[in-house]
Design a protein around this ligand. Structure first.
Ligand code: PLP
Length: 394
């Protein structure tokens, strides 16, 4: 077999927003609990009770970190499921109780895992208002509040931070308006471990987290409920987790999630300083090469690890395969859609022409990279961009 080009280059992960490798400590916890608490947490016998104790310990630990009661933590398979449960569950419970579909209000910057359930509800008769974004993908929160104030009840959906541009959304304004009738679901996936915990988050009716974004294994997430949250289940069956999420729970995944969350929250402030510095190093190195690019990320006060760059006149479809061949693991937008030829809908909603959005890269650094990796990554990217510009000129 012919060797792949550059197969000897060490690979550099620049796609942390898509997910981090599992942390060694979290993996050890997963293996230990899988071995020691292998029963079904719903079984009455000793093995079942043991598994249930491990599961409830993990729930207590997560609740302690997220400042809520353990009963208000629902373990899910990830944030896609947590967003679905929150959005479909809150809207359907509100409709059941009031007899009317409530208005849904969301930003165009939301992840597909939030937008898709909103579209499902829209097809079922719920009015949906999607508000516009500025050039960094900041949601027009005044428009959101305007829509909410015009009705007696509503469900707003606004993420904490954007996965593509790294912008931090104006959640404080929405938090101060949240109530038992004006519900707010927050997709907090990208902020955890990168940003200081903002007390406004605790005012969200529901808050979604994903374990694999901060070093837990894939397949575990959490929906944190506020005390008075009323939601209908989406998945029904054996009635586990207060009937909100039927299905046998995994004590090992729950314990591993709790462990990774504790570590990531403890390390957050040092990690943010390090990530910010590496982004600086990366950009400074790239600028030295005097190649044309435009920054779509938030240059001040966004996620400390996230850069989003457009390269004018390049064929965007070639960018990611070229990076991959040179050992750079990047993406064009949300990881779940990065295989698609479509331009990022967030960048287009933020005002980029579809061609420019297509010729964009999201570079999201992970905390375990060092300065030399940031230098090397920028150099490699610069070299391959130069090659691509040469080809484009011909
Ligand atoms: N929400 C945001 C902002 C994300 O970035 C992602 C994943 O990329 C998700 C939700 C989906 O999370 P999961 O992979 O746990 O389903």
């Amino acid at each position: 077999m012919r060797p792949r080009r550059n197969s000897k280059l060490n690979r550099i992960l620049l796609d942390a927003n898509a997910g981090l490798p599992v942390r060694e400590e979290a993996l050890e916890t997963f293996v230990r609990v899988s071995r020691d608490a292998s029963g079904n947490p719903s079984s009455i016998h000793r093995a079942g009770r043991h598994a249930q104790a491990a599961l409830e310990n993990a729930r207590e630990e997560v609740a302690g970190l997220l400042l809520c009661a353990a009963r208000d933590i629902v373990f899910t398979s990830g944030a896609t499921e947590a967003n679905n449960l929150a959005i479909l569950g809150l809207a359907r419970a509100a409709e059941r109780l009031s007899g009317m579909p409530i208005p849904l209000i969301a930003s165009r910057a939301e992840h597909p895992a939030a937008l898709a359930p909103l579209r499902v509800l829209q097809q079922q008769g719920f009015p949906l208002h999607l508000v516009n974004l500025d050039a960094h993908a900041t949601a027009d929160v005044d428009a959101m509040l305007g829509h909410a104030s015009a009705c007696v009840a509503s469900l707003s959906v606004l993420q904490w931070a954007n996965n593509e541009t790294g912008v931090i959304q104006p959640i404080d304004a929405l938090a101060s308006h949240a109530s038992d009738t004006h519900l707010w679901h927050c997709d907090a996936v990208q902020g955890i471990g990168k940003l200081d915990m903002n007390p406004s988050l605790w005012r969200a009716t529901t808050l979604a987290l994903s374990g694999h974004k901060f070093g837990a294994p894939k397949g575990i997430g959490v929906l944190r409920l506020s005390e008075n949250a009323m939601l209908d289940p989406v998945q029904v069956g054996g009635g586990q987790q207060r009937s909100l999420r039927s299905g046998t729970e995994s004590p090992a995944l729950a314990a591993s999630f709790a462990h990774a969350l504790r570590l990531t929250m403890k390390e957050q402030s040092a990690s943010a300083v390090h990530l910010k510095n590496m982004c600086k190093v990366f950009l400074a190195e790239l600028k030295k090469l005097e190649l044309p690019f435009r920054s779509n990320h938030c240059t001040e006060g966004g996620l400390p690890n996230t850069l989003n760059l457009s390269f004018p006149h390049l064929d965007g479809r070639m960018l990611i395969p070229a990076c991959d061949a040179d050992g750079l693991e990047v993406s064009a937008g949300a990881a779940c859609s990065s295989g698609a030829a479509l331009p990022s809908s967030v960048l287009v909603a933020a005002g980029l022409a579809p061609e420019a959005a297509r010729a964009s890269l999201r570079i999201s650094l992970s905390p375990d990279l060092g300065e030399s990796d940031a230098h090397e990554a920028a150099k490699r990217l610069g070299k391959l961009l130069r090659r691509m510009y040469e080809v484009a000129k011909r």
